[in-house]
Design a protein around this ligand. Structure first.
Ligand code: FAD
Ligand code: SIN
Length: 486
């Protein structure tokens, strides 16, 4: 019987350097190890996973085996273009072409991305919901167990930890990109003891966005958003490290405000908030003003709903510089049952409360009675909602059980970042690739325009992370592997 030796990296070889251990970085690293290319992941945080770890609604895929409602890449593409809005519609030819290619690629690759995570990696993504701005249910998460971000990140991390080609350094903050003769050749990083190290190799940036950098980059690009709380950890963006070596930054002013961050009554003025996942509305939840009325199609884009909150909801006073509004998220028992694990967490945290319609007030009861008629098809929704998830309450009474929580708009995602192409190469001011440098995930810009669709960030991380891994592996083999080792 012949035994097959497991390949091992050679100790003297340089690594491909991946900056960031969120989904983009983990996808790139996983792909590099598939090519038997040694990879070192550097992350400034104490624990791996970035914002990817928090993802709560899921990953988009069109035409997957889990969707029961027929869907096509073309419909997903059209929804993405509609959501991208003005930056797509009014762009000069070359920029529009570039954005178009990225949207085409990410929507076309979505089925494979879901299959990679579910079939090849073994993550449950069998439950599908319709999120805001989507014409079809296409956001995948697990039917039970951990929320999608934790499930995906945890599985990829475990597999990389067991792989001899992968190494990970936490508390390693990259402070400089090293460039020689027009090629990126490594990075400098600072460790927990504030010592500076340099390390050589091709580089993939997967360092995430800057929606938590409220006093720094958010303030620089969108001072009008001052005082809005965030779902992201407070850390500065890394895009300036890339613009320093010639990368072009695009769409930086497009910062997504998600309409529903939980206003925790135990700490209402917290500046970092838990997100009320869009799946809560996708599975049937509705939004009410403080007077008990509805005011918007809860499945419109985030941008649209946030604008409606700012126009219609009461602004809360008395929290210093923080700006918050008074909106109630309400789910019936049908919607709640479809969100089993999420509900357990939100109820345990006290972010949602179980109550009855009678407890909320007479107008809310009337609103829900009218809404039940809309769901039953007895009348059209004045706000245009046509998908109702798992809403079941057909004859609302004062003693009907519902789940409610207070929500307010929150900074959530940055659409802007480094310009890149379909090969995940970072582009300079002239639109030319910078040799030895790739990027994937939220650090990039030029795809989503003025509004990202829910579920498309995990998707872009998986799609472009893997592409970056493949491309950097080929480059490494050509430039870093000496002839005798090939
Ligand atoms: P991240 O996951 O943020 O990882 C970046 C990593 O880089 C971090 O660990 C950070 O510490 C590290 N880093 C940054 N700068 C440096 C540096 N200079 N040196 C070293 N390390 C550095 N999207 C969806 O598609 N579906 C969802 O359901 C969903 N839910 C979400 C829920 C919440 C609460 C939040 C906050 C976001 C959600 N998103 C969702 C958005 C999505 O999770 C993120 O946009 C995406 O995961 C970003 O992944 P990333 O790999 O690009 O960056
Ligand atoms: C959410 O669960 O609402 C976030 C989904 C996303 O940001 O894509």
């Amino acid at each position: 019987m012949s035994t097959c030796a497991i390949p091992q990296p050679l100790t003297h070889q340089p690594h491909v350097i991946v900056v960031g251990t969120g989904l983009a970085g983990l996808s790139a690293a996983t792909q590099l190890t598939k090519h038997n290319v040694p990879v070192i992941l550097l992350d400034r945080a104490e624990k791996p996973g970035g914002n990817s770890m928090k993802a709560s609604s899921g990953i988009n895929g069109a035409g997957t085996k889990f969707q029961s409602v027929p869907d096509t890449v073309e419909e997903f593409y059209n929804d993405t273009v509609r959501s991208a809005g003005k930056p797509y519609a009014t762009a000069e030819n070359i920029d529009r072409e570039r954005r178009d290619k990225l949207i085409e690629l990410v929507t076309k690759s979505s089925k494979d991305a879901v299959a990679w995570l579910s079939d090849d990696t073994g993550i449950d993504l069998s439950k599908v919901a319709q999120l805001g701005g989507h014409s079809k249910p296409r956001t995948h998460r697990g039917a039970k167990g951990k929320p999608p971000g934790a499930a995906i990140v945890g599985t990829l991390l475990d597999s990389l930890k067991a792989n001899p080609f992968a190494e990970m350094k936490m508390k390693a903050r990259v402070t400089k990109v090293l460039k020689e003769s027009e090629e990126v050749v490594g990075v400098e990083y600072v460790d927990a003891e504030e010592s500076t190290h340099s390390i050589r190799g091709p580089v993939i940036f997967a360092s995430g966005g800057f929606a938590g950098d409220v006093h720094g980059m958010v303030n620089k690009y969108r001072p009008d958003l001052a005082g809005i709380p965030s779902t992201n950890e407070a850390r500065e963006g890394s895009q300036p490290l890339l613009s320093e070596i010639g990368a072009r930054l695009v769409d930086m002013e497009h910062i997504q405000v998600h309409p529903t961050g939980f206003l925790d009554q135990k700490g209402p003025s917290a500046t970092v908030k838990f997100l009320a996942a869009e799946a809560l509305r996708g599975e049937g939840g509705i939004l009410l003003l403080d007077n008990g009325t509805r005011f918007v199609n809860e499945l419109e884009t985030r941008e649209f709903i946030t604008d409606a909150v700012w126009k219609s909801a009461t602004k809360l006073e008395g929290d210093g510089d923080i700006r918050q509004w008074d909106v109630m998220l309400l789910l019936d028992e049908g919607a709640a049952a479809a969100l089993d694990t999420h509900m357990q967490f939100y109820l345990w945290k006290g972010l949602l409360q179980k109550t009855t319609l009678g407890e909320i007030g007479e107008t809310a009861l009337e609103t829900v009675q009218e809404y039940a008629d809309i769901v039953a098809g007895k009348k059209a929704d004045p706000y245009g909602r046509v998908a109702f998830g798992n809403w079941m309450l057909s004859e609302p009474q004062a003693d009907s059980v519902v789940y409610v929580g207070k929500v307010t708009p929150v900074l959530h995602f940055t659409m802007g970042g480094v310009l890149f192409n379909e090969e995940a190469q970072v582009l300079d001011e002239q639109g030319q690739p910078i040799r030895g440098l790739w990027a994937a995930g939220e650090v990039t810009g030029g795809l989503h325009g003025q509004n990202r669709l829910g579920g498309s960030s995990l998707l872009e991380c998986a799609v472009f992370g893997r592409i970056a891994g493949d491309q950097a592996a080929a480059f490494w083999k050509d430039h870093y592997l000496t002839a005798g080792e090939q």
